[in-house]
Design a protein around this ligand. Structure first.
Ligand SMILES: Nc1ncnc2c1ncn2[C@@H]1O[C@H](COP(=O)(O)OP(=O)(O)OP(=O)(O)O)[C@@H](O)[C@H]1O
Length: 432
């Protein structure tokens, strides 16, 4: 150490007693190293601030759930859904699908399900708006307990826009989080093509098929029909029970400044204990990304007047459709306004016509339906108010008489009267 000091002093050409030389000798420790450290610190601080401000700017540019200002939907009110990525307006910075997946997937890493875990595809259920929907088996780690899941795939070939839209849908589910009356995202496979959303399997499928299966001649409770552990009968009380769960899901969406946009029996999944789960969240995703529904359209007979008139719509349009859903349930899946052609529905409503009370519907339930079908949104109850009315009605509702409709459904006829393309009905119903 001492030798080193003498050497340094010799190099600096100063004597051992020279005080200034001590400062010069220690300049590395006293001046240069701290200055260097402070400079590094300032550079790091600058980078962090820049990253923070960039993040803030992108968040402001993205129309998030807080700034949803409903704007009118597009003029195209056909019956056909435009589907996944059909009309996504987000700017696409990455040009290749691989680049895009590489840049986006870290955000979804938490949800990533290793593909090896998805052992076998059991069946294709239908073609959804983004691509085929499969039922598959997922390895849970315990070979004796494989789990059945639903895989919503992105159809191939897919371009960057479709990929971006699909990933946006996955992130939307992630944003929504869990609610027991919304179909649940379990994970995703998004690191490479083909892309999948992994959803919980709601085994008994959609409510419309369930309602059709409930149709039968007999009304005796002893003749209760079961299949795969589900009871195919429905009482007034159960109609309220299912309706209440749908309203809880709508309240959840409303709290997030969203609305569903396509409330109908075909978009409700049902479990054997009659737990109802709202699915078909494609339009809610549009509301989330754009603040309004524009690229997809839904069957006209479920739409509130403001939607038919292409005016801004919100949760009260869902309330209108909820009234139609009650009608669907109490008639065991009859098409709404059977005597009105789908394209004349707006004129029909403009003449202030609403559906008559079905014979199977009590006056209490019909008065709830009528409150949903008030022309002006402001006059309709909120989902919460409706739920409270349903909860009050449940207390005195009939829990014994099984709803019955003897006529069986011919899907093609139903589709024509309801104004739905028969291929877009994912029905899976059995005549018991
Ligand atoms: N989790 C699920 N469990 C059981 N069946 C399901 C599930 N998800 C979807 N299905 C079946 O697939 C059909 C279509 O589902 P869904 O409407 O969610 O798909 P989609 O056409 O991709 O809609 P969107 O684009 O609006 O999300 C349902 O009616 C149902 O029969």
């Amino acid at each position: 150490m001492g030798d080193e000091r003498v050497m340094t002093r010799m190099l600096l050409e100063c004597s051992l007693s020279d005080k200034l030389c001590v400062i010069q000798e220690k300049q590395y420790e006293v001046i240069i190293v701290p200055t260097f450290l402070v400079t590094i610190f300032l550079i790091l601080l600058g980078v962090i601030l820049w990253l923070f401000m960039r993040e803030q700017r992108t968040q402001q540019q993205r129309p998030g759930p807080r700034d949803i200002a409903p704007v009118p939907p597009s003029r195209d009110l056909s019956w056909e859904a435009a589907g996944c990525g059909g009309n996504v307006a987000l700017p696409l910075k990455e040009t290749s699908v691989e680049n895009f997946l590489g840049a986006t997937t870290p955000a979804l890493a938490k949800l990533e399900v290793p593909r090896e875990q998805l052992s076998e595809v059991l069946e294709q259920i239908c073609n959804g708006s983004c691509g085929p929907i499969f039922r598959a088996s997922m390895n849970t780690g315990d070979p004796s307990k494989p789990k059945s899941v639903i895989l919503k795939a992105l159809k191939e070939p897919a371009g960057p826009h479709e990929v971006q839209d699909f990933l946006g849908r996955v992130q939307f589910h992630q944003y929504l989080g869990k609610h027991k009356n919304l179909v649940q995202l379990e994970g995703c496979c998004t690191e490479k093509l083909p892309l999948y959303m992994v959803m919980e399997d709601v085994v008994h499928g959609d409510l419309l098929s369930f309602l059709w299966t409930c149709r039968r001649v007999s009304s005796r409770v002893e003749d209760v029909m079961t299949m795969d552990g589900i009871l195919y009968d429905l009482t007034e009380k159960q109609v309220y029970h299912i309706g209440k769960q749908v309203l809880l899901a709508l309240e959840f969406l409303q709290d997030k400044h969203l609305f569903h946009g396509d409330v109908a029996a075909r978009n409700i999944l049902i479990q054997s204990d009659l737990t109802a789960k709202l699915c078909g969240l494609g339009l809610a995703y549009e509301v989330y990304t754009r603040g309004a529904i524009s690229s997809q359209t839904i069957p006209l007979k479920w739409l509130a007047p403001e939607r038919l008139l292409l005016r801004p719509a919100g949760i009260k349009a869902d309330v209108w459709s909820f009234g139609i859903l009650l009608y669907e349930m109490v008639t065991l899946g009859a098409p709404p306004y059977p005597e009105v052609p789908p394209t004349s529905i707006l004129q029909h409503l403009q003449r202030r016509n609403i559906m008559k009370r079905p014979s199977s519907c009590t006056h209490t339930m019909y008065s709830i339906m009528k409150s949903c079908w008030r022309w002006h949104e402001a006059g309709r109850p909120s989902p919460r108010e409706l739920r409270l009315r349903l909860e009050a009605a449940i207390r005195t509702a009939d829990d014994k008489t099984v709803l019955q409709v003897p006529e069986l459904v011919v899907p093609e006829l139903y589709a024509a009267v309801a104004g739905i393309r028969v291929e877009s009905l994912f029905y899976n119903y059995s005549i018991l």
